[in-house]
Design a protein. Structure first.
Ligand code: IPE
Ligand code: IPE
Ligand code: MG
Length: 220
């Protein structure tokens, strides 16, 4: 199954504790580690897509954006070992061309070192926006002179696999430009838990609820 998560609520988690927003992002990164390890050990989950930075997140204060970029760089450096140990393949979706050369190199290096890992594919959505992704896919088709069909659009997205289960933390009931095409028939769960408080127990409960849902895909 393809599990996708909108990891939201880091800032509020920190503010509630009188901490700076960036402290929430740090704690959030630890939760990514825990959830990824759980997914790697759950044979039902093949792909874990995590919304880490949206095309709209550039609107935030420069200090927060810079912190997130630095956090990602440090994270990939520190966690390469864990990706290898847990047999997790690292991939990204989104347009990373706007990132610094240093960060782009780090991302490419991590992909290269983990490309043969098999237990789980973890996809970080970085400078990702669904509208941008779909627009780029259509542009690719036009430049290759291929027919504009739903199948061809899907094949040219950053990720073609449909989402089975979408979770958003922090109580917001919205999609915020995440995987709009791929969630056409996804089952959705919204939890009030802030991302830094999310854990494998809650994930397991949601997965159990997901299994009880009857998915019809338009049939009967
Ligand atoms: C999600 O947490 C992480 C990113 C968008 C990078 P937020 O930073 O959006 O936290 P809130 O929603 O302001 O609490
Ligand atoms: C969505 O969260 C993006 C990520 C989790 C990376 P936001 O906090 O940016 O979304 P809005 O602004 O509440 O819709
Ligand atoms: Mg938010």
């Amino acid at each position: 199954m393809h599990l996708a998560i909108i990891m939201d609520g880091n800032g509020r988690w920190a503010e509630k504790r009188g901490l700076k927003r960036v402290e929430g992002h740090k704690k959030g990164a630890e939760v990514v580690k825990e959830i990824t390890a759980y997914c790697a050990n759950n044979p039902e989950i093949e792909i874990l897509s995590l919304y880490a930075f949206s095309t709209e997140n550039w609107k935030r204060p420069k200090m927060e954006v810079d912190f997130l970029m630095k956090l990602l760089d440090n994270w990939l450096k520190k966690e390469l070992e864990t990706y290898i140990k847990n047999d997790v393949k690292f991939e990204t979706i989104g347009d990373i061309s706007k990132f610094s050369d240093k960060l782009k190199k780090r991302i490419e290096y991590t992909k290269e070192k983990t490309k043969n890992n098999k237990k789980l594919t973890q996809i970080l959505a970085l400078n990702y926006g669904s509208r941008d992704e779909i627009t780029r896919a259509v542009k690719k088709l036009i430049s290759k002179n291929e027919e504009i069909t739903p199948e061809n659009i899907q094949k040219n997205l950053d990720i073609s696999r449909d989402v089975d289960l979408l979770i958003r933390t922090s109580g917001e009931i919205r999609i915020s430009n995440f995987l709009l095409w791929q969630i056409a028939y996804a089952e959705m769960f919204f939890t009030k838990t802030l991302w830094p408080d999310f854990n494998t127990n809650e994930l397991e409960k949601i997965i159990n609820e997901f299994k009880k849902r009857e998915r019809r895909f338009g049939g009967i």
